[in-house]
Structure formats: structure tokens, C-alpha cells
Write a protein that binds this ligand. Structure first.
Ligand code: URA
Ligand code: SF4
Length: 226
């Protein structure tokens, strides 16, 4: 697969430029069966960036990330952790819905490594426009995209990790912190925290315990915001 890189406009200087270009991405096979590209949403000045797996059925139909059941749960957890919804940017490691048709039902399929790799340039491009204090990695797929295949969410969840030293290809994440006046700012470097994916909370045997774990991890994030 050729990957997304060739679809990224060299002179994109806003998230809207990137979003518009991503609508036409053909960087892997997933665009064919999905309805549309689901790009990130939120403000470029967001203090916390959440990276999920890929859009689900509902997100695919609406064209927006985290608008389905997992998104509802995530928003509730964000609120319970004391994070402000307006301070958040939401995106996914893979920007098209991968599914398998079973009758008329579209069943979610976890993206493969080829899809994560193909789509990664969009995530990197988003980070060139963002300057968050914390990046929250939701589940294994996002962890693979940002931390490489050996990272285990279950082992390191809830820990604040350095960024970009924690990233597998830190050279892709050379952030240029710029303040609202366009000056390079002395922003504190972003940190990263991995946690359970909200869909995994919905699938857990004990949803209440899983949910409380997610909120506990997000509370760590809320406490670090200055
Ligand atoms: N799950 C994700 O990872 N992302 C979404 O946007 C929705 C569900
Ligand atoms: Fe492009 Fe990503 Fe969609 Fe593949 S999943 S077509 S790389 S936007």
C-alpha cells in the first residue's frame, strides 16, 4: 500500500487544510468500503489530545470521531475525571472504518499493521498543528501507532511518559510549539499517557471496574494540567 504521505498537502497550515485533504485519501484499501474519512476534531489549541483506534459504524456515517457508544462513554469519563471538554482534541490512529459485512451488519474489524502504518502520516501531520500538554493513547492500536509494537497498555497504563522520547519514531514528532502570536513558545513538552480504550470498557466483564480505571487514568491527566 502506498500510504497516506502522498495525499498530505506540503503547505497545509491548519487542521482544516489537513481535514479537507484527508477526505480524498486513498493511502490504503480502507477508503473503498467505508463511507468517508473521519478526521480529528477539536481546537488546535487543545490541551489534551486523545488518540483512538479507528472510527466505528456511527462515526463512519456522521464523519466525526467518537460520536457513537464508545464516544459517549469517553465523554462521560472525561467529565468525571474533571477534564474540560473544550480543552480536548479527539482523533484516531486510522481514519477509515474497517469492518466485515455479516448480512446487513457491519462488524468492526481491528485495523492491521499495514493500515496503521499507511495512516500514520495523518496523525503525524495533526501533531504538527497541535501543541498539547498531554497525549492520551486509547488502547493497543493507538499505542502501536505512537509507541511501537512492543508497548503494552496493560503494563504501563496510567503512567505519564515522556514525549517524544517515548515515541518509536521521535523524528516524526518534532513539534514546533508556536503561541497565538506565531512565536515559538517555551511550552512544556507534551507527555503521553496510555489507557484502556472506551470500547474495551463496554466489552469488559465488570464494566464498572473498567470504567473507574479509565476515570482514574484520566484523573492523572487532569491533575497535570497547569
Ligand atoms: N472508537 C474509536 O477508537 N474511535 C472512534 O472515533 C470511535 C470509536
Ligand atoms: Fe488514507 Fe488512512 Fe483512510 Fe487508509 S485509512 S485510506 S491511509 S485515511
Amino acid at each position: 500500500a502506498p500510504g497516506a504521505q502522498q495525499f498530505i498537502p506540503p503547505k497545509a497550515d491548519t487542521l482544516d487544510d489537513l481535514r479537507a485533504a484527508a477526505a480524498g485519501c486513498r493511502g490504503c484499501e480502507l477508503y473503498r468500503d467505508a463511507s468517508q474519512t473521519v478526521f480529528g476534531r477539536g481546537d488546535a489549541s487543545a490541551r489534551v489530545v486523545f488518540v483512538g483506534e479507528q472510527p466505528g459504524d456511527m462515526e463512519d456515517q456522521k464523519g466525526l470521531p467518537f460520536v457513537g457508544p464508545a464516544g459517549r462513554l469517553l465523554r462521560r469519563a472525561v467529565d468525571d475525571a474533571g477534564l474540560e471538554a473544550g480543552h480536548i482534541y479527539l482523533t484516531n490512529a486510522v481514519k477509515h472504518f474497517r469492518f466485515e459485512l455479516r448480512g446487513k451488519r457491519r462488524i468492526h474489524q481491528t485495523p492491521d499493521r499495514v493500515h496503521i502504518t499507511a495512516c500514520r502520516p495523518w496523525l503525524v501531520a495533526e501533531f504538527t498543528q497541535l501543541n498539547p500538554e498531554v497525549v492520551v493513547v486509547l488502547g493497543a492500536t493507538a499505542a502501536k501507532a505512537l509507541l511501537g509494537p512492543t508497548f503494552r497498555v496493560t503494563r504501563q497504563r496510567g503512567e505519564l511518559l515522556p514525549w517524544p522520547a517515548a515515541a518509536q519514531h521521535p523524528e516524526d514528532f518534532q513539534r514546533v510549539p508556536v503561541d497565538s502570536a506565531g512565536h515559538t513558545a517555551d511550552a512544556p513538552p507534551a507527555r503521553l499517557l496510555a489507557t484502556i480504550h472506551p470500547s474495551a470498557v463496554l466489552r469488559a466483564d465488570n464494566q464498572e471496574v473498567a470504567y473507574d480505571g479509565l476515570v482514574a487514568d484520566l484523573t492523572v491527566v487532569a491533575r497535570t494540567l497547569t
